[in-house]
Design a protein around this ligand. Structure first.
Ligand code: FES
Ligand code: FES
Length: 202
């Protein structure tokens, strides 16, 4: 009996259910771009090396060129087209615009998706390879330029816009931290020092 080489799958992309037939070898990147016309995610290397195709899968960043579309069935996929809130840009998008975090823009969708996850990973206390003290009791390290560069190191920019990209990620992280502090304040929480380890110092 011949094995099936294609299937009809349902992907949850940017809050919508999208049903499509795919060859089992189709990557998530090709499914997004060629089947669903979501061309914001870019194909740079197609080998997991450049980060241009970065999307969020269940809130975690992933290079969509190394993921089969069939493996993404049932998971929440967010692409650059889905990060804004209606007409209001995501704070990371806004920071990239305000601080010129791009030149040609080809790497930018991947940079932004990656930065959104970086900020959440840092807020959750995840260390990086640049973190000096990784003991759990040390808390999250300051999100300084070295930390941002390390955490964003999977996203290459052939235009070399790195200086502005680091600044944009730092600004967006500051904004996210301020928002989080406001939320906690509104909830009557004691913020003094509670999140002291998450300072942004880029
Ligand atoms: S296109 Fe996916 S990492 Fe380069
Ligand atoms: S802005 Fe051109 S590749 Fe990054």
């Amino acid at each position: 009996m011949a094995l099936a080489t294609s299937s009809t799958i349902t992907l949850h992309v940017n809050g919508e259910r999208r049903t499509l037939p795919v060859d089992h070898r189709t990557t998530l990147l090709d499914a997004l771009r060629d089947h669903l016309e979501l061309t914001g995610s870019k194909k740079g290397c197609d080998h997991g090396q450049c980060g241009a195709c970065t999307v969020l899968i269940d809130g975690r960043r992933a290079v969509s060129c190394l993921q089969f579309a069939v493996a993404a069935e049932g998971r929440e996929v967010t692409t650059i087209e889905g990060v804004a809130d209606g007409d209001t840009l995501h704070p990371v998008q806004q920071a990239f615009i305000d601080l010129d975090g791009y030149q040609c823009g080809y790497c930018t969708p991947g940079q932004i998706c990656s930065a959104i996850a970086v900020i959440e990973e840092h807020a959750a206390g995840w260390p990086s390879a640049a973190t000096e003290d990784v003991r759990p009791e040390a808390g999250a390290p300051p999100l300084d330029a070295d930390e941002i560069r390390e955490r964003m190191s999977g996203n290459l920019c052939r235009c070399g816009a790195y200086v502005s990209i680091v600044q944009a990620v730092a600004r967006a992280a500051e904004a996210a931290q301020g928002e989080s502090a406001q939320d906690k304040s509104a909830q009557g929480g004691d913020l003094a020092g509670a999140e002291a380890g998450t300072a942004v110092t880029a």
